[in-house]
Design a protein around this ligand. Structure first.
Ligand SMILES: C[S@@+](CC[C@H](N)C(=O)[O-])C[C@H]1O[C@@H](n2cnc3c(N)ncnc32)[C@H](O)[C@@H]1O
Length: 298
């Protein structure tokens, strides 16, 4: 079954897009089939999180070599669709084999990106504080995002994603700029370790999907790596978090998933975004700190 949702540009959300929403194309189908009809070089940003081959409800476990072959086919097709100055962000965690051995998926997939001549710009560590409590190893509290570009010329809008500096009042105390503020007036570079809450039971964005992206995680990629009006693709869309991050910020989101129920949820979330009633954790909200009044929330 195929679902297509096309939004007019008519609602005010997000920053960096003049308050315009983008449009969304959402389909329930296999990603290779979906991507076959998309324009070559037409996507300035492709961002996704594939299945990790760990036996979640939407996947079957395969030997790791079989899994990498499947990923190779999808990554090659993404490369075909990636714009000449575009960015490809592949977000993964670990595969854990039957005997409990941990296989970092970025490690095993990295050669696939390199055989295509892609350039790694950052290996971003996404750190979160909730998850399974392990008893025979340390509990896993990070995953990674490999950010590749197709060429040395690429979009990076750092100012759109700067964060508050740790010491805003700090000044140079010597040299020609003594007395001037030493931090950038728009804030600091967020760095490559991102503490962003993962979407567990109490998160405002939680749906029935077991591993959805927090919208704010993808927003940082969308705002820094694309311009308003650009196309953003997520070939393993799940409940549409990447599309929401794109559409909210005036980019056009394209996505597919093989599970009908996730596609329905994605559609509903995009409708809610359009109606101004989708609940999302804002990008600039501080991490909850039980030691502070109201957890340090504004
Ligand atoms: C890790 S989840 C992605 C979740 C997504 N980031 C979100 O925020 O909801 C991977 C998704 O890939 C989908 N999937 C698995 N194989 C697929 C395929 N061949 N084509 C399209 N989607 C697929 C699964 O149904 C699952 O929802």
């Amino acid at each position: 079954m195929v679902v297509q949702t096309l939004f007019p540009v008519d609602h005010v959300h997000g920053k960096g897009a003049g308050g315009k929403l983008g449009k969304a194309v959402v389909k329930c189908m296999d990603n290779l089939q979906f991507m076959a009809d998309l324009p070559e070089g037409g996507f300035p940003l492709i961002v996704t999180s594939p299945p990790y081959n760990i036996g979640k409800e939407y996947e079957r476990r395969h030997p790791i070599g079989h899994y990498v072959e499947g990923q190779r086919r999808v990554i090659h097709e993404c490369h075909r669709l990636l714009a000449p100055h575009g960015s490809l962000c592949w977000q993964v965690g670990n595969h854990v084999s039957a005997d409990g051995e941990v296989v970092p998926l970025d490690l095993v997939l990295y050669p696939v990106f390199k055989e295509l001549g892609l350039h790694l710009r950052n290996r971003i560590v996404w750190h979160f504080e909730h998850g399974l409590h392990c008893t025979r190893r340390f509990s896993g509290r990070y995953e990674t995002i490999m950010w590749f570009t197709k060429s040395d010329e690429y979009v990076f809008n750092l100012d759109a994603v700067r964060v508050p500096p740790k010491y805003p009042g700090k000044k140079y105390f010597k040299g020609p700029r003594a007395g001037e503020f030493s931090c950038h007036p728009l804030g600091k570079n967020p760095g490559d370790v991102w503490l962003i809450p993962n979407v567990k039971a109490n998160h405002v964005e939680k749906t029935e999907h077991p591993c959805q992206f927090p919208v704010e995680l993808v927003e940082r990629l969308v705002l820094s790596m694309t311009q308003p009006g650009d196309r953003v693709l997520d070939p393993y869309m799940g409940v549409g978090s990447s599309l929401i991050a794109a559409v909210k910020n005036g980019r056009d989101g394209y996505g597919c998933d093989t599970e009908w129920r996730y596609v329905e949820i994605a559609r509903g979330r995009l409708d809610d975004l359009r109606a101004g009633r989708l609940r999302m954790r804002p990008m600039d909200r501080p991490i909850y700190n039980p030691a502070l009044p109201n957890g340090g929330q504004r």
